[in-house]
Design a protein around this ligand. Structure first.
Ligand code: SER
Length: 393
């Protein structure tokens, strides 16, 4: 299956289960002062969980542009070093607002992964919340029992609050969660070490792909948990990791999501990508960094966040400069380069996030203008931005 097919199949599956398919919200957080960027699919639904607004649909699914570069969820330093962390990623999600709960969420996750996508059930491990005395939270026995329908008990693993109690930030909707991990190692490695020992310890081939969160609480500003009037479901599956699993790759950069950019970078730099994760494989690391960062920066700009010296703009500026540093230092590219990836990116996302294709010129000129190692914004970038901001007649 191509990545496009994998995404579409997710949406079709949940549509067939009565979900309304909605658009991703912008990657730049517009209405929530507790966040700079959208860090999870549930952000745009926060008020439904808290009971501040009533949703038109009780079941929703989508693919959401997420950016994890600040605050509670920040993967920036991991990017490039391994094959499965990204700053910008797509989160495939399904939600229930006071409608179905754990039984359906778990049953459908299993059905989609093993029947629709055909993942080998023997390679799946799940985690459940083991409870937390300091917060007076009981172990999630209900989720454990539900998983027992499909998995042997020794592949249902208890984990603490750190891994299995999901919170979007210091405040907001939260609850116990159950994560689905996949063992992607070759058979030879599987027989020598049980994947149960590798869950949640950073093994590059035993990775979490889907998180099913059972939203039951609101974390208040004073740190206390208050029970919500209704129970909700918030799931998030890493699209790039799912694609890596379904395309049987050892890295998401080996999938058809990232390969076109890697091929292009190879062509321009004259360096060969070797899919190495050695700590000193600097040109490979640099190529992965570029593939990741161009997505983060492009979508942020397309959604209205220019690189700047403060706040969210400063974060975008840092990501852009980080990418420039990598290509300058390790790929020997001396001219602005990143913007040349944008047509590839815009085409790949034309049917999912058309806002990028619609603003290719703006995004490219801003990135080009800010891509010299000692850059100030170029005139073209400033002009493009002014034109973009000019109120419509
Ligand atoms: N909110 C959860 C997460 O981001 C599930 O969508 O992991």
């Amino acid at each position: 299956m191509t990545a496009q097919e994998i995404r579409q199949r997710f949406l079709d599956f949940f549509e067939s289960k009565g979900h309304k398919i909605v658009a991703s919200s912008p990657i730049v957080s517009k209405n929530d002062p507790t966040l700079l960027f959208t860090n999870a699919g549930m952000n745009q639904f926060k008020d439904f969980f808290l009971g501040n607004k009533v949703p038109e649909f009780r079941r929703i699914a989508d693919t959401q542009k997420c950016l994890r570069v600040s605050g509670k969820h920040n993967d920036l330093e991991e990017v490039g070093r391994d094959g499965y962390h990204h700053t910008m990623f797509e989160m495939l999600g399904n939600w229930s607002f006071g409608n179905y709960f754990k039984a359906e969420a778990i049953a459908w996750a299993w059905e989609l992964l093993t029947k629709e996508y055909g993942l080998d059930p023997d390679r799946i491990y799940v985690s459940v919340f083991q409870g937390d005395e300091s917060e007076n939270l009981a172990p999630d026995d209900e989720a454990r029992e539900l998983w027992k329908k499909w998995l042997p008990e020794d592949r249902i693993l208890p984990f603490s609050k750190k891994d299995n109690f999901w919170e979007m930030g210091d405040t907001g909707p939260c609850g116990p969660c159950s994560e689905i991990h996949v063992d992607l190692r070759p058979e030879s490695q599987r027989s020598s070490r049980d994947a149960r020992e590798l869950v949640n310890i950073g093994d590059p081939l035993v990775v979490e792909i889907w998180n099913l969160v059972f939203i039951q609480f609101n974390r208040r500003a004073d740190g206390k948990l208050e029970e919500l009037p209704e129970k909700h479901v918030d799931t998030g599956m890493g699209f790039e990791r799912l694609t890596m699993a379904l395309q049987a790759k050892n890295s998401s950069y080996e999938t058809d999501i990232f390969q076109p950019y890697i091929r292009f970078i190879e062509q321009v730099s004259g360096k060969k990508y070797t899919n190495s994760y050695a700590p000193d494989a600097m040109s490979d690391i640099a190529m992965r960094v570029l593939c990741d960062h161009i997505r983060a920066v492009s979508f942020a700009i397309a959604d209205g966040q220019l690189p700047s010296n403060t706040g969210a703009g400063y974060v975008i500026r840092r990501i852009l400069r980080r990418a420039v540093r990598y290509y300058y230092s390790f790929l020997d590219l001396r001219e602005p380069f990143l913007f040349r990836l944008i047509p590839l990116l815009a085409d790949a996302f034309a049917h999912v996030f058309p806002e990028l294709k619609a603003q290719t010129g703006l995004v490219a000129s801003v990135i080009q203008g800010r891509s010299n190692p000692s850059s100030t914004p170029s005139k073209t970038a400033c002009d493009a931005w002014k034109a973009f901001r000019r109120p419509k007649a």
